[in-house]
Design a protein around this ligand. Structure first.
Ligand code: ADP
Length: 486
């Protein structure tokens, strides 16, 4: 096989339902490809509604016992999960790079990041505190309890195959929920490996189920219509998020939606330009620009526009493009042909509307889905790449005159996930932080993701928070008990 791991058991080609590794009912499979060369890596079961229903039933049956454990007992399993992920970090990273394409160094960081959610939420599970509220009339006291919402369905994307799942699983399992998840069909092996480790960590059968298949709509339909599911948590596109929300309306399921973004990255005249360039590279080019918090539009103030552009081009020029498994790569391939076509279309549209190419702007000589890291100057709000997520290694620089214009440009989008800005002016730092319409702000930093902070968006980037104590609360219901007769 093409994938050699030191623990070959972590590479599963079956789905996980009720503690059993299984095939699809009719035995159908779908192939998983390495985006670096397009070759087949292996297969996973091609499941649909029937298998999903069984997985949900298993999660439903496992719920009372899992919810009934003490927080400490659940935390012990999650802690073992964390330890196992770090112990097998290299295998997990190789598996991820093989199916997703990102450079190994990024895959290793992602495994540590994904694992951190199990550690954090295990610890926080012990702090699922309620309250005692003084009574409103004589002889009454008021209690609040936090209880797990129940069976959770989780649908995750291909860009962070391990971390997007870790965030959801860590919180849900810590709270006492049981889970059925559906990883993206491009990257199912990372999820299945977590299933294997969860089993080794001592997670009881049925508490975590993993369904794979290419008919996402059929699996999603079962998840959203099955009354045993009490919450849907989704990370992916805004279009699919809206559809899932509509499907959940009938049953009023709880929802967490982490959807697309269109992050502004503002560089003010008073910024530390070298720091801003480093932040822009980290934010824009991580995972070849395929992250939902990627800087999508670089807004640069007049006075430093040329200086910033020159420094940025010099830094982007040093990025090495190549297969993720090679240690000499900073930029892997895009996930598939569709992603490549979108990047090409955005660049062509920008050039047609007057943008100037400073670097890149075409497919990479390596072929396949590799694209050259690209910098475009004099981009404007009317260009597609200023309006939609490009999800590729393209940095368009827009120009602005003053703070007011920067804020107006930054907020001129239906999305509101992340926003970044660089300034050394304290008052401006406050003003702009408060004015940006987004769920997360990077002030003088391009990297904002951590398990201890609440990750999530506003506007059409969705709602709900992942990470932090807020992330745990999103998997709980508040019950209030009115205690009378005292
Ligand atoms: P991306 O552009 O990142 O592929 P998607 O929103 O299409 O964004 O995919 C994110 C996840 O949503 C994937 O796991 C995908 O299989 C799943 N998905 C896509 N369409 C549907 C659907 N109609 N119902 C449920 N899940 C879906």
């Amino acid at each position: 096989t093409r994938l050699s791991l030191s623990d070959p058991d972590l590479w599963r080609q079956q789905a996980l339902i009720d503690g059993r590794w299984c095939a699809a009912d009719g035995g159908a499979t779908c192939a998983v490809h390495d985006p670096a060369d397009g070759l087949a890596l292996g297969t996973v079961p091609d499941m649909g509604a029937a298998e999903t229903r069984r997985a949900i039933a298993a999660a439903h049956a496992a719920f009372p016992a899992w919810a009934g454990k003490t927080a400490k007992q659940r935390a012990q399993v999650l802690r073992r999960m964390f330890d196992l992920m770090l112990e097998h970090r290299e295998d997990l990273a190789r598996l991820m790079t093989a199916e997703q394409g990102k450079p190994l160094a990024e895959a290793r960081s992602e495994i540590a990041y994904a694992a951190s959610y199990f550690e954090w939420f295990g610890e926080q599970a012990k702090r699922m505190d309620g309250e005692v509220i003084p009574g409103h009339v004589d002889g009454v006291r008021i209690l609040t309890l936090r209880q797990p919402v129940g069976v959770v369905a989780a649908i995750t994307p291909w860009n962070f195959p391990s971390a997007m799942l870790g965030r959801k699983l860590g919180a849900a399992l810590a709270a006492g929920c049981t889970v059925v998840c559906k990883p993206a069909i491009q990257t199912p092996f990372s999820a299945l490996a977590l299933g294997m480790l969860a089993e080794r960590a001592g997670l009881p059968p049925g508490v975590l189920n993993i369904v794979t298949g290419q008919d996402a709509a059929a699996i999603g339909q079962e998840m959203t219509s099955n009354p045993q599911v009490r919450k849907l948590t989704f990370t992916g596109s805004t279009a699919v998020g809206k559809r899932l929300m509509a499907q959940c309306a009938d049953d009023l399921k709880r929802l967490s939606l982490e959807l697309g973004g269109n992050a502004p990255f503002i560089v003010f005249d008073d910024a530390d330009l070298d720091a801003a360039v480093a932040g822009a590279i980290a934010s824009k080019f991580r995972n070849s620009g395929q992250t939902c918090v990627c800087a999508n539009r670089l807004l640069v103030q007049d006075g430093i526009y040329d200086a910033f552009a020159e420094k940025l081009v010099a830094a982007v020029r040093t990025l090495r493009v190549g297969p993720g498994l090679s240690d000499a790569s900073d930029q892997g391939p895009l996930i598939d042909a569709k992603a490549l076509e979108k990047v090409e279309a955005h660049v062509a549209d920008a050039l047609a509307k007057g943008a100037r190419l400073a670097l890149g702007g075409r497919r990479h000589a390596l072929g396949g889905t590799f694209y050259e890291p690209t910098v475009l100057l004099e981009a404007t709000p009317s260009m597609r790449l200023a309006q939609e997520e490009t999800f590729g290694p393209v940095a368009p620089l827009l120009r602005f005159r003053d703070e007011q214009e920067a804020i107006a440009l930054a907020n001129a989008t239906a999305f509101g996930l992340a926003g970044y800005f660089y300034t050394r002016d304290l008052a401006r730092a406050w003003r702009v932080s408060e004015a940006l319409q987004c769920g997360m702000v990077g002030l003088n930093t391009g990297l904002i993701s951590t398990e201890v902070a609440p990750f999530g968006g506003i506007k059409q980037s969705g709602f709900g928070r992942e990470g932090s104590q807020h992330g745990l609360h999103d998997y709980t219901e508040i019950k209030y008990v009115c205690v009378g007769g005292l």
